[in-house]
Design a protein around this ligand. Structure first.
Ligand code: C5P
Length: 501
């Protein structure tokens, strides 16, 4: 059973490996240097089993993990390893090799290979082919969890996705290095499913067809990126008629055409998917008129079983106060809210979520925005497994909860390329070294401003706040104020910053 996990954490278990032929389709498979390279051998076997043709390129690092002989035997084709193979240059040449395929797949794509691809470096056969190809490119990352989560890798992945490369999300789980988290190479069947999506292979059996799989699992980042001017000129998402999933087909980037293509991921475009009605407010001519301001607020609840969850003390008051102040200033406000007991401020579109992953999905679906203010106290961790039934006391030993890291919504928005808001603001709840930690966080998360607040008192859940606005040009400290006055002060500064741009 293949498990195809996208950034929206939709998991599908569908036997996809044998359901349709790949006859006549040609894959150029670049095998990078990582422990997961052995899975590339299985991928070659699956492509051949599905009657696809595969030619392998083995990087120097890849050759430390698998041999050219194995790949040649499995692919039934010569394996290419060097840019300086004169015979190939005479007979074929690397340009031609890069263009003979229908699809170029990089698997495993190491952090280094992704970085060189993103930078457009062409210093070996693999990277030269990637730069020379006019065919769609798909990259399947595999690396240590910290490397995957590093800001540099996030930047490189965002850049590649902007460039039209389909970068698969890695699997999450135990790694060869002993750590746990996202970074594992997906199973070969899952990669094959991704390849089929890219090739737009013919679906067969209706129920388990690949079309059904693609419709339910297509990750947002497989959708083509918009040019900045297209983003700006795009009509409001509500006005965009979302194509039915069956009709929208496979949402894949087409090299060269990606920038001109309309946004096609209906879920990602429909800002109102789960939003309640906009609470009525007076029409406003304020300084944020015409701006879409996206705000997260409140805690997240991370389920343990159907009745228990992990939460924190956030009341949502500061985020709601900012949403209200932004709406009063004339902004079009989307408020993605964790579970709180607060009324929706007038003029605000509210999307209710519970968990961090739901919040991440709602934020992604609400982009583009001119300003994003991430105020939510997002749980850093969730339980790795959620029990389907209420966990029972058994004997005296309490159950062990294994935690896994949640997506960092702020950092992901910071790395969202052309969809990154013009002004991205995060909050930093700190109990010590408040400004130093916030300054470091601003850089690490790719935010423009961090609003640092000392939560050692009763700030979380309380009505007053003392904040320091940390920007690239310095720190402005406000006195202790009620949260709605903090919100007003912040909105004033946002309006001034946008006007100055
Ligand atoms: O790392 P820390 O939780 O202190 O960062 C706080 C900032 O990052 C806040 O703006 C919060 O909304 C945001 N955040 C997030 N996703 C997470 C954790 C924090 O967006 N998983």
């Amino acid at each position: 059973m293949a498990s195809f996990i996208t950034q929206s954490h939709c998991t599908v278990t569908t036997p996809v490996a044998q359901i349709c032929t790949m006859r006549g389709r040609r894959i150029l498979l670049i095998v990078g240097g990582g422990i997961a390279a052995y899975k590339a051998c299985e991928l070659v076997r699956l492509i051949r089993k599905a009657e696809g043709a595969v030619t392998c390129v083995l990087t120097e690092g890849g050759a430390k993990f698998v041999t050219a002989m194995s790949l040649a035997a499995l692919s039934e084709n010569p394996v290419h390893t060097t840019l300086w193979d004169l015979k190939d240059e005479v007979e074929m040449g690397h340009i031609q090799l890069s263009r003979q395929a229908d699809l170029v797949v990089v698997c495993p794509a190491t952090a280094d290979l992704l970085a060189r691809m993103a930078a457009g470096i062409a210093d070996d056969l693999a990277t030269t082919l990637l730069l020379a190809t006019d065919k769609p490119v798909m990259a399947v990352p595999a690396m240590n969890v910290r490397m995957w989560q590093h800001a540099a890798t996030a930047r490189n992945v965002a850049r590649l996705r902007d460039d039209g490369v389909a970068v698969m999300e890695p699997d999450e789980g135990a790694m060869a290095c002993g750590e746990w988290g996202p970074g594992r190479l997906p199973e070969p069947e899952t990669i094959l499913a991704g390849i089929r999506q890219m090739l737009d292979a013919e679906p067969v059996a209706a129920e388990e067809s690949f079309a059904a799989l693609s419709a339910s699992t297509i990750p947002r980042q497989f959708a083509p990126a918009l040019d900045e001017d297209e983003t700006a000129a795009a009509p409001p998402a509500e006005a965009e008629p979302a194509p039915p999933l069956e009709a929208s087909g496979l949402l894949l980037p087409k090299k060269g055409k990606a920038r001109a293509a309309p946004p096609t991921d209906p879920d990602a475009l429909d800002r109102n998917v789960d939003a309640g009605p906009i609470a009525e407010g007076p029409p406003n001519d304020g300084p944020l008129r015409g701006c879409h301001v996206l705000i997260t607020a409140g805690p997240t609840h991370e389920p343990i079983d159907p009745v228990r969850y992990i939460a924190n003390r956030s009341s949502g008051r500061q985020g709601y106060a900012i949403a209200a102040a932004a709406a009063r200033a004339g902004a079009d406000v989307t408020l993605v809210s964790g579970p709180v007991a607060l009324p929706t401020p007038p003029g605000v579109r509210r999307i209710d979520v519970e968990s961090a992953r739901e919040m991440a999905d709602a934020v992604k679906a609400s982009l583009p925005a001119d300003v994003a203010i991430m105020v939510a106290a997002v749980a850093d961790w969730r339980t790795r497994d959620v029990a389907a039934d209420k966990m029972k006391k058994r004997g005296s030993a309490p159950p062990a909860l294994i935690l896994t890291e949640n997506p960092d919504i702020l950092a992901n928005v910071g790395a969202s390329g052309r969809l990154r808001p013009q002004l991205l603001i995060g909050f930093a709840a700190e109990t010590e070294n408040v400004i130093a930690n916030a300054t470091e966080k601003r850089k690490r998360k790719g935010a423009d401003w961090i609003i640092a607040n000392d939560v050692s008192g009763d700030v979380m859940g309380g009505h007053a706040n003392t904040v320091h606005i940390v920007t690239a040009s310095g720190v402005e400290s406000l006195p202790q104020l009620p949260k709605d006055e903090v919100a007003e002060a912040l909105v004033d500064r946002i309006a001034a910053a946008l006007a100055a741009d």
